[in-house]
Write a protein that binds this ligand. Structure first.
Ligand SMILES: O=C(O)CCC(=O)N[C@@H](CCC(=O)O)C(=O)O
Ligand code: ZN
Length: 344
């Protein structure tokens, strides 16, 4: 029954028709070359019978209103189901938060990207659907990565769009590596996707990409593909390079990557994360200020609890400023440019 819904090759429709879960998982074959498994709502695995060495996770809709990544993933899935493309590498697609997609909101009860690495079960435990789903997504990633043995190259691109416009339209967050080197090849793959700006995180986080990076040694990134827009308002021509490179990746085509070139990318190091500690936290700049705007030393960036939060370095750039969050959560990430990166 569920499988017949996939005859239209529209996995997003199947997912949105069953936002909480599906009655049972199911599997089928694409000709004689690929096994397909639907493990849950929004969870589909393509497994080539002659698989290459990569295990690739592509996730979207960890934030429900970030529609462009959902459209990109659904298109990639459709092309695979129609057999106009064929995976060479095992590939898991995850549509993170279907109820929030229905709602047209970032989340229903709690920001899912603050719940990974077990944070879903901290405090009051699995009390809402985002917590339950975050735990299930962790379990699916674990099952996907650990069900094959041997020398595997694990990859996870968690696709998002940002609330604000950005000086660098497409950028990626490289989760904290605990001293392991950052990889030039990954940066150049992202550059070929049109993602020309990388932020090196300086500490562990509760994001999905950090979960795969830290727990499974995956080359994992949070990838921001532009500004958030509702369905029907995305200019899909802006994602052609991303779609092309992800297709090449999963189908095992030549990636045709250039050598690392510092002039082609903008690299930033996270120097600190400013959390909201009081209800009256307020930024001292307009709502339409873009991500990556920099401010000079001494500038009063924000105020809260009668205190001023000032810029500490000669120049610091901002990303993801958001005062409309619960006390205790991240209000903004502060960045310093990296002139000479140390890469592997
Ligand atoms: O635009 C914003 O303010 C937020 C965009 C967003 O959802 N960003 C991710 C970044 C995750 C990471 O740091 O790897 C998030 O806040 O969850
Ligand atoms: Zn997001």
């Amino acid at each position: 029954m569920l499988q017949t819904l996939l005859q239209s090759k529209d996995f997003l429709s199947l997912t949105l028709a069953n936002p909480e879960t599906i009655s049972e998982s199911f599997s089928f074959e694409l000709a004689d070359h690929t096994d397909v498994h639907v493990w849950d709502t929004g969870v589909i695995v393509f497994e080539p019978k002659q698989a290459g060495n990569k295990d690739i996770v592509l996730s979207c809709a960890v934030h429900g209103n970030e529609t462009a990544p959902i459209e990109i993933c659904n298109q990639l899935i459709k092309e695979l189901l129609e057999q106009s493309t064929k995976v060479k590498h095992r590939t898991l697609f995850l549509i993170g938060n279907p109820p929030a997609i229905h709602n047209g909101t970032r989340f229903v009860e709690e920001n899912m990207n603050r719940l990974f690495s077990g944070n879903h079960s901290s405090g009051e435990g699995l009390v809402n659907q985002e917590r339950v789903r975050a735990k299930k997504l962790e379990d699916y990633v674990d099952r996907f990565y650990t069900s094959v043995t041997g020398e595997r190259h694990r990859i996870h691109y968690d696709l998002h769009t940002a609330i604000r416009a950005s000086k660098h339209e497409k950028f990626a967050i490289y989760p904290f590596r605990h001293g392991k080197p950052h990889k030039a090849e990954q940066i150049m793959f992202l550059e070929a996707c049109g993602v020309d700006t990388i932020l090196f995180h300086h500490e562990p986080t509760t994001t999905f990409s950090y979960f795969s990076s830290n727990g499974y040694g995956a080359d994992a990134f949070t990838v921001e593909l532009g500004k958030v827009r509702p369905f029907g308002e995305n200019d899909m021509t802006r994602f052609v390079a991303t779609h092309t490179m992800l297709t090449r990746l999963i189908t095992g085509a030549d990636l045709e990557l250039s050598e690392f070139d510092n002039d082609k990318v903008n690299l930033y190091q996270v120097c600190r994360v400013i959390n909201k500690n009081h209800d009256d936290f307020a930024f001292n700049f307009a709502n339409d200020v873009e991500n990556f705007r920099s401010f000079p030393k001494g500038y009063v960036l924000a105020t809260e609890g009668g205190e001023k939060v000032k810029i500490e370095h000669e120049e610091e750039a901002i990303v993801f400023p958001n005062a409309n969050i619960p006390v205790g959560q991240r209000a903004v990430i502060m960045l310093l440019p990296v002139a000479e990166p140390v890469l592997e």
